[in-house]
Design a protein around this ligand. Structure first.
Ligand code: NAD
Length: 250
């Protein structure tokens, strides 16, 4: 299909659209003709990207699951249905198990794992009505090879998200395809505390773990999400695509 029209006529909800990978995805999806509902808790930057992409800005805290359900219904109403979901919002954070209290664990699960479930569940009746519906969830390479210190809650939330997605692919086929990506390190505000000290982030010592020896740009993740959302991946479902510069070799 022609670049510039790969999502023409598709109505898609993207969480985490105010920043980083979700923002790059919103920009690319609008260039490809999608109608967008953009969800995040950062109101100002969400409204900015919505204005740039012609999308609908829906501000919500995804840890509030009742409010999240209402936002998905509102997105479907505004767009006249839903053909796709991209669950990109997430939080990170590292804490050794000895100091990891249950409130922190629960918050990680509420945003990284339960919110994508809530969004998929609320979107399901609309996706079932669509001609070719897709779900793309954003997990992490730390779900596959959790080598960062204090990453147990984050890794568990993302591994759960990956398994959830594969189960959906099996259950919802053939009407709805579901795939998950596992990014390596991507230069976004999420990893500012890790990369911020380096004038050239590619020189951070852990970048040596990556075959490509560099960090990713958000647009490189958006390209992978576009592939899994567009008809170009029409025979791909249940896939976990590592977009990680060759760190995990999955
Ligand atoms: P980011 O911080 O730039 O963007 C995350 C977005 O999610 C932000 O706009 C934030 O406001 C939103 N968000 C967080 N909690 C929310 C909540 N409770 N309600 C509503 N919105 C909320 O980070 P990013 O790097 O673009 O991350 C996108 C996804 O990619 C995340 O799921 C992250 O875990 C994953 N990921 C990122 C990296 C990386 O290196 N940056 C690596 C692997 C996986």
């Amino acid at each position: 299909m022609t670049a510039g029209a790969r999502l023409r006529g598709r109505r898609i909800i993207i969480t985490g659209a105010a920043s980083g990978i979700g923002r790059a995805t919103a920009r690319l999806f609008s260039q490809e003709g999608a109608a967008l509902a953009l969800v995040d808790l950062q109101k100002d930057s969400l409204e900015e990207i919505a204005a740039q992409t012609g999308g609908q800005a829906l501000t919500v805290d995804l840890s509030d699951h009742e409010a999240t359900r209402a936002v998905v219904a509102q997105a479907a109403q505004l767009l006249g249905g839903l053909d796709g979901v991209v669950n990109c919002a997430g939080i990170s954070g590292s804490c050794p198990l000895a100091d990891l209290d249950q409130a922190a664990w629960d918050r990680m699960m509420a945003i990284n794992l339960t919110a994508p479930y809530v969004v998929c569940r609320a979107a399901l009746p609309f996706l079932q009505e669509a001609a070719a519906a897709t779900i793309v969830n954003v997990a992490s390479g730390q779900a596959l090879l959790p080598t960062a210190h204090g990453i147990s809650a984050y890794s568990a939330s993302k591994a759960g998200l990956a398994a959830f997605t594969k189960a959906l692919a099996f259950e919802l086929a053939p009407r709805i395809r579901a795939n998950v990506i596992a990014p390596g390190i991507v230069q976004t505000p999420m990893v500012e505390s890790v990369l911020g000290g380096y004038s050239n982030p590619d020189e951070a010592p852990f970048v040596a773990q990556y075959a490509l020896k560099r960090v990713a740009r958000p647009s490189e993740l958006a390209d992978a999400i576009l592939f899994l959302t567009s008809g170009e991946s029409s025979f791909v479902t249940g896939a976990l695509l590592a977009v990680d510069g060759g760190r995990t070799f999955h």
